[in-house]
Every structure is written in C-alpha cells, then in structure tokens.
Write a protein of this length. Sequence first.
Length: 285
Amino acid sequence: MQWFEALVLGIVQGLTEYLPVSSSGHLAIGQALFGLGDGAENLSFTVAVHVATVLSTIVVLWKEIIWIFTDLFAWIKSLFVASDDGKTLIQKAKTMNEGTQYTLNILVSMIPVAIVGLFFKDAVEEVFGSGLFVVGICLMVTAFLLSFSYFSAPRQRERISVRDAFIIGIAQACAVLPGLSRSGSTIATGLLLGNNKEKLAQFSFLMVIPPILGEALLDVKDISEVGVSTAMAGLSPMALIVGFLAAFVSGLFACKWMINIVKKGKLIWFAVYCAIIGITIIVLR
C-alpha cells in the first residue's frame, strides 16, 4: 500500500464511519479499486484508521464524555456514602442521575454486538461472504432503512430508554455485514423508535466507541498471530501514519457534519447515494 492509497482510504474511512453509507463497504470498494487484497497489511491499516476515528469522536464529543463520567463518578460516590445502610444503598442504586443512565444505555446497547462479534462474526461472514456483491446488497438495505426512517415521523421523545438502547444495539450488531452502515442502522432505528434527533446522533456515535475498540483489539490479536513483521510487510510506516491522520481529520469533519444533518432530518440524500452505489456495484461487479 502506497502513501497516496493510504491517504484516500483514510479519508474514506473517516468520512464514512459517521456518514450513513458504510465505512466497511467503502473500504472494501476502495481496496478493490486499488487492487489491494485481503492481506495482513490491510488488517493493520484497518486497525489504525478505526482507532483514528474513535479519537475523532472523543475530540468532537469531549464535553458529553466528561459529563457522562462526572455523573457516573458522582453516583458511585453516593453509593459509598450510603453503604452503611442497606435500604439507603438500594434506593441510591435505583436512583440514577442522567449521566449514569446514559452509561447504562451504552452498556446495554453493547450486548448484541458483543455477542455477535465474539461468537457469530465468522459464521456470518461464512454464510453471507464479504465480496462486493454482498456490499452492494447491504448498501441497498441501508438505503431502505434511511428512506423508511425519513418518511416515518413518530413523535419524538427526549430520552432514550433502556429498551430502545437494546434495540438500537441489535441494529448495530446487524451492521457486522460489509455495506450495512453502522451509523445508518442505529440512527434510522432510533428515529423509527421516536427518539430525539440530536440526542440520538450523539448516542449513536458514543455507543460505537467500545465496539470499535473491541474489534480493534480482536484484530490486534489476529495480527499478533501472524506476526507484526508479516502484518507490516506491505505497509510502510509513512502509509500507516498518513492513513491514520487522514482518518482522524476527516472523522472530525464528518462527525460534526453528521450531527447537524440528523438535526435537520436530511438523511434521504444518503439513501439515494447508497441505492445508486449499491446498484452500480451489483451491475458492474
């Protein structure tokens, strides 16, 4: 992989991780256009650009992250204060502040993707494959979800419930298929459930941090099995650095942009884009 290819793929990853058009699908398309195979060097590059997009999320949403941890630590502290009285402890445990409830929602949303990622990811890939035809079909499914959520207009609720968080988590777990957008699936599902647009976009981007880091750790394990020298054989340090920086910078832009797009409810244009790209891939593959 040359530095220019890493630059393009890094930008693609950073943009499409947040835009509802599937980062995994576009990376597969980009690698196919550049003639890059499925070697270990691509796995190393994928880990780098995914970590870069996580960092961009943290930078954009740092205020929300600090608020979550501040409320969580305040709740934990209140439990220690009440620990000398059993009834008071139980009451305090049940009375969560907003940030702690938010943390609970994120943890609940992780359950489906953790189960699929740890136990069924390989089986899913064996059944459905990972070629461009699958990418094209899944992009069409993404287009349908975005269109359906756009034309459906349920009454919006201010808070995301635990039940909704779990259902949104199921949508995220389904996005293990290349071409099925993670952000598109979670945001569309949340909108169909009647959640507030702005808060849903933030929740969608925050809930994705643990799964991406978890997936990166699993990939690192695979890299360690083949050996670092083998994993970096076709990937120069310059290409890795360029790809990382490109994904980080483009991720900053895309994260901010996507939150504003969800607020305005203009996801239909991404549905059109996914449909066009999906049909094109299916026809020309």
